[in-house]
Design a protein around this ligand. Structure first.
Ligand code: CP
Length: 302
């Protein structure tokens, strides 16, 4: 295809499966240490890191910016809508062009499943995957596991993932990450939005009552409308059957917490009165996103 081959191996983070159980726990402990310590060491001083997000993002991109700057590094934010992409340049040619400017790493997000794995065959500097299609979102899984570990002190938890699971890269990375720690994962949603089978998952059900019985964590997901070609009619109404609200949260034990990767759709998958309640860890997840990504940058780039 007329592209350079990578000569030197570098550490990347493309999938949660790139990390062993011990490596995940090291990142979690490092993230929580940096959160407690606050004054971080400038280990990225002199490093230039490009964020190249070919799909929209608030949390992932800006928490990476915060993490890079917190570690003393420089951010170069590539914005496709005002770039030579608009003149027909391809994504890989864009990354090779940016790499030629002596940058030290990429954080990427892309619509196409598997694109970061293809790119790493040609790119010499480390690539961190900030989400590819319906495939993987490893740093989301790491910040979620950091949040669960911080709250419960362990990860062998009972976790019910509720919502549009088959279009969710978050569901994949989180499930695969938690299974390494012996968690019990349940999946719940309308039959159009849950898989028939998922390796290692103990329960796949259309019943919210069954899914939430005895759980530690309710992990709600939004409907990924941008990935669905033809939406079933009244999708929002359809999803209200699975909404986590002040009534349905009672299907779970009192100690159970609500998590959501964001962005959430108010009063669709989560109700107004529960989203920032004392049961919710949603903003803690966002905060931990900064420190988990600092720990990832330390491992991959510093
Ligand atoms: N959770 C998550 O990936 O959010 P953003 O799309 O805002 O980055």
């Amino acid at each position: 295809m007329g592209l350079p081959k990578r000569e030197v191996l570098s550490v990347d983070l493309i999938s949660i499966n790139d990390l062993s159980r011990d490596e995940i726990m090291d990142i979690i402990k490092d993230a929580l240490y940096m959160k407690r310590k606050k004054d971080s060491v400038p280990i990225l001083k002199g490093k230039f890191i490009v964020t190249a997000f070919f799909e929209p993002s608030t949390r992932t991109k800006l928490s990476f910016h915060r993490a890079i700057k917190g570690l003393g590094g420089e951010v170069i934010d590539f914005i496709p809508s005002v770039s030579a992409i608009q003149k027909g340049e391809t994504d890989i040619d864009t990354l090779l062009t940016l790499q030629a400017m002596d940058i030290d790493a990429f954080v990427v997000r892309v619509r196409r499943n598997g694109a970061p794995s293809e790119w790493k065959e040609h790119i010499k500097v480390p690539i961190i995957n900030g989400g590819d299609g319906t495939n993987q979102h490893p740093t989301q899984a790491l910040l979620d596991m950091t949040t669960m570990y911080e709250h419960f002190g362990r990860l062998d938890l009972k976790v019910a993932i509720v919502g549009d699971i088959i279009h969710s890269r978050v569901a994949n990375s989180l499930t695969q990450g938690l299974l390494k720690f012996g968690a019990e994962i349940r999946m719940c949603g309308p039959e159009e939005f849950v898989p028939r089978h998922y390796e290692g998952v103990s329960l796949i059900t259309q019943s919210l009552e069954e899914a939430l019985d005895g759980v530690d964590v309710i992990y709600a997901l939004r409907v990924q409308k941008e990935r669905i070609e033809k939406l079933p009619l009244n999708i929002d109404e359809f999803f209200r059957r699975y909404q986590i609200n002040h009534k349905t949260i009672k299907l779970a034990p009192p100690h159970a917490v609500l998590m959501h990767p964001g962005p959430f759709n108010r009063n669709i998958e989560v109700s107004d009165n529960i989203v920032y309640s004392e049961r919710s860890l949603i903003l803690t997840q966002v905060k931990n996103g900064v420190y988990s990504r600092m720990a990832v940058l330390k491992r991959v780039v510093a």
